[in-house]
Design a protein around this ligand. Structure first.
Ligand code: MN
Length: 297
């Protein structure tokens, strides 16, 4: 009997008609460990004069995690960081009590391929100081003709430098020749597999780029491994983590442990308080701010 949960990706508009495919959160499975949000953007080639442009918006209670595969995106934030991200690099922004950022294609009319994820912060770090970290080097190795890039956590004696605050894994597999690959699993983790390019099967079940599969903890007790079969020329994202037991509220760009905390953040954003400072553009002017949708409760 199948223990895999197949989550169909849904389209989400990041603004100006730029569509991404969203896997998490889903009604079928809300989070994978502390991974609480998963968007797959592209691969896409923008028309001349077009690109990704996400105006100034706030975050609280989470880390945003960006993995870039193609294109170049400029990050600017309210702490003053101005950081381009290139393929093979990770941006990690810890929102804590509050931060504001913008994300823009560096050159319009080019391509973009990225995964953007959010990591819920544990309750004791909900109000920590905001922080931004850029990682231009991650552990990369090859096994059985598959290129492994460890984005978060530990695997096979390798450890990623990315600073997270709960037990997590993020791994990219990339191959040219079709092949099976067995990954050792942590019995305390749940896992998800997302196809970034190509396709694969997971525990014998076919997965394409329109679906994310989740393996719940204990859902496959006899399996000590995650059994993948990679199609030729694939790029696969594997996520894992200990199920996040604390209650998590999510609304717009906010993650918190209560609705009150989210309502307070929304009011602070709408009133333009010092909790959410401006982001300066290249010309020194404050970046245009995105408006929060009305609270649903
Ligand atoms: Mn953001």
């Amino acid at each position: 009997m199948s223990t895999l949960i197949h989550i169909p990706l849904r389209a989400a508009d990041l603004g100006e008609g730029f569509l991404v495919r969203r896997a998490l959160p889903s009604k079928l499975h809300r989070m994978v460990g502390a991974w609480c949000f998963l968007d797959h953007a592209g691969p896409v080639r923008f028309a001349q004069g077009k690109g990704m442009h996400v105006g100034a918006h706030p975050h609280i209670g989470l880390q945003t995690f960006t993995w870039l595969m193609d294109g170049e995106v400029m990050h600017r934030d309210s702490l003053g960081h101005v950081q381009p991200i290139k393929p093979g690099q990770v941006n990690l922004m810890t929102a804590g009590r509050g931060i504001v950022h913008t994300e823009d294609s560096v050159t319009d009319g080019t391509s973009l391929h990225a995964a953007q994820l959010w990591i819920a912060l544990p309750e004791h770090l909900q109000h920590c100081e905001p922080r931004f970290q850029h990682y231009d080097k991650l552990p990369v190795w090859t096994e059985q003709q598959v290129q492994f890039t460890l984005l978060v956590g530990e695997l096979a004696g390798h450890r990623a430098p990315t600073e997270v605050h709960s037990p997590l894994l993020a791994l990219e597999l990339r191959n040219t020749v079709a092949c099976p690959i067995d990954l050792p699993t942590n019995a305390a983790f749940e896992y998800a597999v997302l196809v970034l390019e190509g396709g694969c099967s997971v525990q014998g079940e076919v997965v394409d780029s329109q679906t994310c599969v989740v393996l719940p903890r204990g859902g496959n007790v006899e399996a000590q491994t995650l059994s993948l079969k990679l199609n030729a020329c694939s790029r696969i994202l594997v996520l894992g983590g200990e199920p996040f037991e604390q209650p998590v509220q999510m609304w717009w760009n906010f993650v918190a442990h209560s609705k009150e905390a989210i309502a307070r953040a929304q009011a602070d954003w709408e009133q333009g308080t010092s909790r959410f400072p401006v982001v300066l553009q290249a010309n020194g002017e404050p970046a245009p701010r995105l408006q929060a949708p009305a609270l649903p409760w």
